[in-house]
Design a protein around this ligand. Structure first.
Ligand code: AMP
Ligand code: MG
Length: 333
């Protein structure tokens, strides 16, 4: 059996998994938790460096416990980008060392595309429009002529970062998204928030500023502000996703990335898909957030199409865009 070891550590979650063509065999992780504020890139990288040996060993021992032999590992896949430079470099160094030591190929994968492919695999959706919403990224994508094309994206910060920033202002710990969701569920009144959609692109940084003003200048209740923040930001994302589906004539939609765990966002997208006779897909929460299984699984698809990464081409790219990747593992329409 062909097994792949996948290493993910673009930001705060260090996660390592062993995957076969049939299933995710074993996953191990260690999450960096900032004492205060957001993710500090150097501290997160130091966390990954000190935890890597432990997390890789747990994943390998776990796979052995499931009855597999380490001889069956055919390649090492790692997140080549996008992500935080110090974190990417730490994990890439470990991946190169493992590849050289075990004398097996190295595969550098694009983190955004890994989110898409694990979703397609887990949900059984063939050709969806994808809404990828995480801390740093907010993109609407679809596969066209050999690449994942970015049809719309944020012009400034990701929706997750916008939520996390406002959460920090409310003195809530990282990650703020789930705490904002909890507060929003108790809000009843809509307060003004800027709805910024430019063509197919979006802007979220004004939402954070408006939310701070609603609290400090206008003394609205924080529950109402969180409710309004979500209603506005998620409606913007739903509008652009719907337009992408209409333009591409696609009747499937896949949600990906950590913010995808939000029930209100899921509900809005589900309603939009239902209204246009399309199917809505969302994978289990553990595959929405950053995870090693998605890196290993995309590594497996790439290995099968002969797409490996020589060491001299394995430098990380913190701004790696999904449309830079030539998709070798899917049929061209
Ligand atoms: P990722 O970068 O894909 O690991 O996603 C992390 C981001 O997802 C952070 O900005 C979190 O605040 C956000 N997030 C996680 N759960 C939720 C939720 N239930 N609602 C909104 N945002 C969330
Ligand atoms: Mg991610």
């Amino acid at each position: 059996m062909t097994l792949i070891l996948g290493l993910e550590g673009t930001a705060w979650n260090l996660s390592v998994a062993v995957v076969s063509e049939e299933r995710v065999i074993y996953e191990a992780e260690s999450t960096y938790k900032p004492e205060y504020g957001g993710i500090h890139p150097r501290e997160a990288a130091q966390h990954h460096a000190s935890e890597l040996k432990n997390v890789v060993s747990r994943a390998l021992r776990g796979a052995e416990g499931e009855g597999f032999s380490l001889e069956e590992i055919a390649a090492i896949a790692f997140s080549q980008g996008p992500g935080m430079g110090p974190c990417l470099r730490t994990v890439a160094t470990a991946a190169r060392a493992l590849s050289i030591y075990l004398k097996i190929p190295l595969i550098g994968v694009n983190h955004c595309i890994a989110h898409i492919e694990i979703g397609r695999w887990q949900c059984g959706t063939k050709d969806p429009v994808v809404l990828y919403v995480s801390g740093a990224n907010s993109q609407v994508l679809a596969y066209r002529f050999g690449r994942y094309r970015i049809l719309g994206e944020t012009l400034d910060i990701g929706i997750g970062n916008a939520l996390d920033k406002f959460a920090r202002y409310l003195r809530l710990s990282h990650p703020g998204g789930p705490k904002i969701e909890e507060l929003a569920s108790k809000g009843t009144k809509y307060v003004y928030m800027p709805y910024v959609v430019k063509g197919m692109d979006l802007s979220f940084s004004g939402l954070t500023t408006a939310a701070k003003d609603a609290l400090d200048l206008h003394q609205h209740k924080k529950e109402d502000i969180c409710h309004s923040f979500q209603e506005t930001g998620f409606a913007m994302l739903t509008e652009v996703t719907e337009r992408a589906m209409a333009h591409c004539c696609k009747d499937e939609m896949l949600l990906a990335g950590g913010v995808g765990a939000n029930r209100r966002l899921q509900q809005m997208l589900k309603t939009m898909c239902h209204d246009r006779g399309a199917r809505f897909y969302v994978p289990e929460a553990k595959y929405l957030k950053d995870n090693g299984a998605m890196i290993a699984y995309l590594g497996l698809l790439m290995l099968k199409s002969g797409d490996t990464t020589p060491i001299e081409k394995s430098a990380v790219n913190p701004n790696y865009r999904p449309d830079e990747v030539e998709v070798t593992w899917r049929d061209v329409e």
